[in-house]
Design a binder for this molecule. Structure first.
Ligand SMILES: [Zn+2]
Length: 310
C-alpha cells in the first residue's frame, strides 16, 4: 500500500535560491492529502506532475502567509476548472473567515461544495478512513499552530493453507484412494502500521511528545542552524540540531528537515549538523518523494491439522 510524501515547498518566509513556501503532499493508498499550501503551491504541483483534482482534503497548520497564501488561488482554480467534487479544508480559527470574505468580495459562487473543518484542540481527530487516522497536535509557535499525525491502521493478517507433502514430495496410493494430508496454516502478519508526523512551525519541545514516539518518518521544521539558536528561540522556531535531538529522544526511524531560512544558500549544512546527533536524517527537497517503507514481520507456520482428500 502506498504511503509516501512529496515535497512541493521547503523554504520559510521568503522565496530564495529556487526554494518555495511550505507545502507537502501525502499519498496514502492513492488518497492525496495536501499539507499546507504556501504561495506557488499550484505552480509546484504543475511542475512535479501532481493531479490537483485528486486532492479532496487540505490541511493548513497556521495562518502565517508562507503556509497558506496559495490556498485561495487553488480554490479559484478548481472553480475555473468546473470542479464538482467536494473539497474539505482543515485549519485554525480565522481561515474560514478569510476564505468567505474573499469569495464574498469577488461575488464568487463556487462550482463545488467547500467544507471547512476547524482545528482547535490538541489531539483532535480530523479525518478517518479505512486506512488511516489523521490527528492534530498543538505546536509551540507565535500564533495558534497545529502539526499533524497520519497513523496507519493495523491491517488483518493473511492466512494460507499449505499441504505438508510426504517425503519425496509425492502423494502415495492410487487415484481415488482415501489419503490423509497434513496441512500447515501459514499466517502472514500485516506490516507494522506506519506513522508520518508533521511538525510545522514550532519551538522544539523539550518534554516527551507521545504522538511522535516511534514515528516512521518525522518532518520537523529546522529554520536555523546552530549559529542562530537564540534567534530560533525568540521567533519560536527550531534548529537542525534541536530537531535531531528531538528525533533521537523519540526513537523515530527517519527525520526529515525543512522550512529553511532564506539566509542559507547551501542547506546541506542542516544535514551535517543534524547527522552528528541523528544519522537517519534527510533534507526535504522540492520535487522529491520520500517513501515511508513498511516493516514486514516474519511468516509463521503453525501445524494446523489434517483433512481427507481423494
Ligand atoms: Zn509560522
Amino acid at each position: 500500500m502506498t504511503f509516501e510524501l512529496k515535497i512541493l515547498g521547503c523554504n520559510s518566509a521568503s522565496f530564495a535560491f529556487g526554494r518555495h513556501h511550505t507545502s507537502q503532499l501525502l499519498n496514502s493508498n492513492q488518497n492525496l492529502f495536501l499539507i499546507d499550501c504556501g504561495e506557488a503551491t499550484q505552480v509546484q504541483m504543475l511542475r512535479y506532475g501532481v493531479k490537483a483534482n485528486r486532492i479532496h482534503h487540505i490541511f493548513i497548520s497556521h495562518l502565517h502567509g508562507d503556509h497558506y497564501l496559495g490556498l485561495m488561488g487553488l480554490i479559484f482554480t478548481y472553480h475555473l476548472q468546473n470542479r464538482s467534487e467536494d473539497l474539505h479544508i482543515y485549519g485554525p480559527k480565522g481561515l474560514d473567515e478569510i476564505i468567505t470574505l474573499q469569495l464574498k468580495h469577488s461575488e464568487s459562487k463556487l462550482s463545488y461544495e467547500l467544507h471547512f473543518h476547524l482545528i482547535e484542540a490538541d489531539g483532535q481527530l480530523l479525518f478517518e478512513n479505512n486506512d488511516i487516522w489523521i490527528h492534530a497536535v498543538a505546536m509551540n509557535h507565535r500564533i495558534p499552530c497545529f502539526g499533524l499525525v497520519f497513523q496507519e491502521k493495523l491491517r488483518k493478517p493473511k492466512f494460507l493453507r499449505e499441504p505438508v507433502l510426504p517425503e519425496g514430495n509425492e502423494m502415495k496410493g492410487q487415484t481415488g484412494e482415501e489419503q490423509v494430508i497434513q496441512y500447515t496454516e501459514v499466517i502472514i502478519p500485516p506490516p507494522e502500521p506506519r506513522k508520518y508526523v508533521y511538525f510545522s512551525d514550532t519551538r522544539v519541545f523539550t518534554h516527551k511528545m507521545e504522538c511522535a514516539e516511534n514515528a516512521s518518518l518525522l518532518y520537523h521544521e529546522s529554520t536555523f542552524l546552530d549559529d542562530m539558536k537564540e534567534r530560533a528561540a525568540s521567533t519560536f522556531h527550531s534548529t537542525a540540531t534541536e530537531a535531531a535531538g528531538f528525533a533521537l529522544q523519540h526513537n523515530v526511524k527517519e527525520l526529515l528537515l525543512g522550512h529553511y531560512s532564506s539566509r542559507y544558500y547551501d542547506v546541506h549544512h542542516f544535514l551535517m549538523e543534524a547527522k552528528t546527533i541523528f544519522p537517519e536524517t534527510k533534507l526535504a527537497m522540492e520535487g522529491q518523494v520520500y517513501e515511508i517503507k513498511p516493516v514486514h514481520s516474519r511468516k509463521e507456520r503453525i501445524p494446523h491439522g489434517e483433512s481427507i482428500s481423494k
